[in-house]
Design a binder for this molecule. Structure first.
Ligand code: SAH
Length: 359
């Protein structure tokens, strides 16, 4: 890179460029981890004025339904006196706010624990939830009572690795620099990871995507649920069967851009591998429900009726409420793209909302 160009680069790009200059190409997962750590630490990316809008920011109905779903499970478990609401990557705290309000109406008042690394978003969350306890990871979560865990658009932000089929076998996808730009290149050496043996049967150029970080989170969470009881509700866009191809994508100002153009200032995500997450939960003897499509799940839990009631209570808002309902449930919008999956302790009741979406 020519002298003098680095100081003008955004911070994450600068850090990544420095590391590549020192060490050579870095694994794609490291690139994504550095980019996202900078991204979430530097700003609140949510909302119309940010880069993307999430379901709880579209309407209070989303968090309310999540809350009713949790309260129903808790009631049918016999209303355990002590339990903890845990949210992974709670964004602005909106989902927790709406969910906990719904839960309180059923007498469910859990303590509040947020797993969040971004100081900017922690400050936002504290405005709505001054009594919450914050954690950088799940190791410090309480271990004395059941956990009601919610993860909406969390797993998609965790880093993925990719493996490329070449004439010489599988190679790890790396990121390097070419004339000042970041680009992906397969590693020169064979990968040490066991990702399914030979490339035979896979055309050259086939990409396999894996998220070892998600696997670790899911395993640790599942161990907790198996020991303590409770459930993990995961809502995200993703795939339910094993597949091939890159799902890495970047969004900036609500527009898709190349994942390699603006690390640290664009939202870098990958589709969530629900198939693997479900297998991890089953291996820990949790009961897996779904994945179901978000639209069907919300409808079977009463979002249509809730939209009608809200519109009747605030006629001036009726159009906005109808539009939000459509955005959350319509198959052309978030309804089919987003999947909902629950992993629940085996001695807990079967969760509602999945009768249409069983695998
Ligand atoms: N769940 C929220 C926000 C989704 S954005 C909503 O639906 O609106 C992703 C969230 O995950 C942000 O809060 C981000 O700061 C957090 N996050 C991303 N990577 C993380 C990590 N490794 N550890 C903890 N939180 C993380």
């Amino acid at each position: 890179m020519p002298e003098g160009t680095k100081p003008d680069l955004p911070t994450a790009a600068h850090v990544i460029a420095d590391r590549i200059d020192r060490e050579g190409p870095i694994p794609l997962g490291d690139y994504m981890a550095i980019a996202n750590a900078h991204y979430y630490a530097s700003k609140d990316p949510l909302g119309e004025e940010g880069d993307f809008v999430t379901a709880p920011e579209i309407s209070q109905m989303f968090g309310e339904i999540v809350g009713i779903w949790l309260a129903d499970l808790w009631l049918r478990k016999g209303s355990p006196g002590r339990c903890h609401y845990v949210e992974l990557g709670p964004g602005r705290g909106t989902l927790a706010h709406d969910a906990l309000r719904s839960m309180a109406r059923f007498g469910c008042h859990p303590t509040i624990h947020f797993v969040e690394t971004s100081p900017v978003l922690k400050a936002r969350q504290a405005q709505l939830h001054p009594d919450a306890v914050w954690h950088e990871d799940i190791a410090g979560l309480p271990d004395d009572a059941p956990l009601l865990i919610v993860a909406n658009e969390f797993f998609d932000a965790l880093p993925v690795e990719q493996f490329v089929a070449t004439a010489d076998g599988w190679r790890r996808q790396m990121v390097t620099r070419d004339r000042g730009k970041f680009i992906a290149v397969p590693s020169i050496d064979p990968t040490e990871d066991r990702i399914g043996g030979t490339t035979s049967g896979f055309p050259e150029g086939t990409i396999l995507e894996r998220s070892p970080v998600s696997v670790e989170w899911a395993g640790n969470l599942a161990n907790r649920l198996a020991k303590q009881g409770g459930t993990l509700l995961t809502i995200d866009y993703g795939y339910t069967r094993p597949g091939t191809g890159s799902t890495l994508q970047a969004i900036k100002d609500h527009m898709p851009i190349s994942p390699f153009d603006c690390p640290g200032t664009s939202d870098l995500t990958a589709h969530v591998d629900f198939h693997t997450l479900a297998n991890i939960a089953r291996n820990r003897l949790l009961a897996v429900s779904g994945p179901a499509q978000q639209g069907q799940w919300l409808k079977s839990l009463g979002i249509d009726q809730r939209a009608v009631a809200l519109a009747a209570a605030s006629p001036k808002q009726a159009d906005t409420i109808r539009a939000a309902h459509q955005r959350l449930t319509d198959p052309e919008e978030m309804g089919c793209l987003f999947q909902v999956m629950a992993a629940t302790a085996i001695d807990w009741p079967e969760p509602e909302g999945f009768s249409y979406g069983e695998e």
